[in-house]
Structures are given as structure tokens and as C-alpha cells.
Design a protein around this ligand. Structure first.
Ligand SMILES: [Zn+2]
Length: 121
């Protein structure tokens, strides 16, 4: 499952960060997943929950920003927004589009609580 390996990759980044910060528990993970990234969010959330089980990121809040897709329209000579790969240009209906944004997946923020610290009020 594609999403399961993504989840493992994200957890790896989280654990590396945790090791660098000297430990603690992960309270929040903010991801940015473009609408054109082809990621099934529900599957990713489920996979992430599974790979985090029993580790320092178990129970962390997963927040996901979904920037919209962007493409360069060769006929309009401008950047247009794109709801999905394969959609035509919303302005002129052309399919001569070059996808330029909204395809990436990245970890934007990792919230770490010190071990033994009181949870935030
Ligand atoms: Zn166009």
C-alpha cells in the first residue's frame, strides 16, 4: 500500500527530529499534501496511526494542509488552478497544461512535548 510506505517515511522524519531534539513525545504533526499528490488521506491517516502505535508519536494530532493544484496553461500563458490531474484549463478548456504545483508531500511542523511535562491547558 502506497500510503503505508508514506506513513513510514513520515514517521522516520519525526523520529529523526525527536532524536535531534533529545527526546520527548510528539503532540502534533503538520503535513502539507498537494491536491495533485495522489495521496488518499484517509488511508494515510490510518497507516500513520498503525506505524506510530507504541512509539513516541502515538496519539499525535495529524494536521494536513492541502494546497490546490497549479498548472501552466500554454494557451493562456499563465498559471491556472487545477482540481485534478487530467482536468482541462478552467479558463480556456485546453488540455495543454504543465502541472507546476500541488503535487508535493512534506512535513511542515512537528510539535514536541518534553517528557513528563504537563499537557497544555
Ligand atoms: Zn488556458
Amino acid at each position: 500500500m502506497h500510503e503505508m510506505s508514506l506513513a513510514q517515511g513520515i514517521l522516520q522524519i519525526v523520529e529523526d527530529t525527536l532524536a535531534r531534539e533529545g527526546g520527548g513525545r510528539v503532540s502534533l504533526i503538520r503535513l502539507e499534501i498537494g491536491r495533485l499528490a495522489g495521496v488518499e488521506l484517509d488511508a494515510l491517516r490510518f497507516g500513520f496511526e498503525v506505524v506510530c502505535r507504541g512509539g513516541p508519536a502515538e496519539g499525535a494530532t495529524l494536521e494536513v494542509d492541502e494546497p490546490e493544484g497549479q498548472a501552466w496553461c500554454m494557451l493562456c500563458s499563465k498559471t491556472v488552478s487545477l482540481a485534478a490531474v487530467g482536468e482541462p484549463c478552467p479558463d480556456c478548456g485546453s488540455h495543454q497544461l504543465q502541472v507546476t504545483g500541488g503535487t508535493g508531500l512534506s512535513v511542515r511542523e512537528i510539535g514536541i512535548m518534553a517528557d513528563g511535562a504537563a499537557p497544555p491547558a
